[in-house]
Design a protein around this ligand. Structure first.
Ligand code: AR6
Length: 204
């Protein structure tokens, strides 16, 4: 029997259904973590970059990842012909301690088209997880896609991210992923995940 949603919780109809309350699951909870860290320092199988459609670098976490990976990353990115918003592409990681970099292109937040922004953000998380599985990456660390320069409010991005992750982990390829790490850099992201993780991954 499903319990009631905590008061004020925003459910994400995109993937979970407006009345679906996630069941507590220890094995699922053990596979999701929130770290406050610099994503370029993590020795996971794949880190997810918050890129733009050119895939040729930029500011924010994208700039930090390109600086730490070295110029070969830019050379490889030039061969990819960019990427659509809401999707992702994978490269080698060069001088980074991780094995691969997944470059996801989040939406520029549009408050007048909330559902479209949410659909695109969910697409980034889902496609990144698919790419991880296709490339045998079992541990994946996400930056808080779209919540910096692209203006997506952290309190709205967190439920979209968590619902996409939960949906994937409980789906047919979910057992191919051992750990999903949500990497936060700023207090607003820490606060958003702290608020919403217990809803999507309820304590057992
Ligand atoms: N490690 C982890 N997170 C970080 C780091 C880091 N080293 N640096 C920043 N963040 P943003 P976006 C966080 O702006 O909103 C770029 O120019 C940051 O605090 O990097 O998707 C691209 O080229 C925020 O929570 O990405 C695009 O043009 C999160 O990473 C555009 O910005 C994402 O913020 C993409 O904008």
């Amino acid at each position: 029997k499903l319990s009631a949603a905590p008061a004020g919780t925003k459910l994400v109809p995109t993937l979970l259904g407006p009345t679906e309350i996630p069941r507590p699951s220890k094995s699922l909870n053990d596979r999701v973590a929130v770290y406050r860290a610099d994503i370029t320092s993590l020795a996971v199988d794949a880190i997810v970059n918050a890129a733009n459609r050119s895939l040729l670098g930029g500011g924010g976490v994208d700039g930090a990842i390109h600086r730490a990976a070295g110029p070969e990353l830019y050379q490889e990115c030039k061969t990819l012909n960019g990427c659509k918003t809401g999707s992702a592409k994978i490269t080698e990681a060069y001088n980074l301690p991780c094995k691969r970099v997944i470059h996801a292109v989040g939406p520029i937040y549009d408050p007048l088209e909330h559902d479209k922004s949410e659909q695109l953000l969910v697409g980034c998380y889902t496609r990144s997880l698919e790419l991880a599985v296709e490339n045998k990456c079992r541990t994946i660390a996400f930056s808080a896609l779209s919540t910096g320069v692209y203006g997506y409010p952290s309190r709205e991005a967190a439920p979209a991210a968590l619902s996409a992750i939960r949906h994937f982990l409980t789906g047919k390829d979910g057992d191919q992923i051992d750990k999903v790490i949500l990497v936060t850099f700023e207090k607003k992201d820490v606060d958003a995940y702290t608020e919403f993780v217990p809803h999507y991954f309820p304590p057992v």
